[in-house]
Design a protein. Structure first.
Length: 142
């Protein structure tokens, strides 16, 4: 890996970026698909089953966190540089209604080596389910 300025302005070829969840065994296990992927924004989606529920019958918070974290990773690694997570936090706002949830990651700020993202998780009724914020550190160009 070559050290670089980490000013990710270019994105990978669309096929490489959109298929990035195919390289992630955990994303595959959860059935997460990537619908959109740029360094500024990504959209990932999954269909829920009873296996994703907690003991109370609602969607497990870990499932929501995992979807948001994967959308964050897809966005910050959609460019030419490699990023790793530094910090992440999740606020749970509403229970999920329906079977499909979507996480939309948006880059909100950054510096030469650090990027900050916000990920909004919504259900199929477009209700806000959770808000995830995270920071990533740039290791350099791939």
């Amino acid at each position: 890996m070559t050290q670089a300025s980490c000013q990710n302005t270019a994105t990978q070829a669309p096929d490489a970026t959109l298929n990035s969840t195919l390289k992630d065994p955990f994303a595959q296990l959860l059935g997460i698909t990537t619908l959109e992927a740029t360094w500024e924004r990504s959209v990932c989606q999954m269909t829920l089953t009873a296996d994703h529920n907690n003991a109370l019958g609602g969607t497990h918070g870990g499932v929501l966190f995992a979807l948001a974290d994967i959308a964050f990773a897809v966005a910050c690694n959609a460019g030419t540089d490699t990023y790793i997570g530094l910090q992440a936090e999740m606020r749970y706002m509403n229970p999920v209604k329906g079977q499909r949830i979507t996480a939309t990651a948006t880059r909100v700020s950054g510096s030469k080596k650090i990027s900050h993202y916000q990920v909004l998780v919504t259900d199929e009724q477009a209700r806000k389910i959770a808000l995830f914020t995270a920071s990533a550190y740039c290791l350099g160009q791939r």
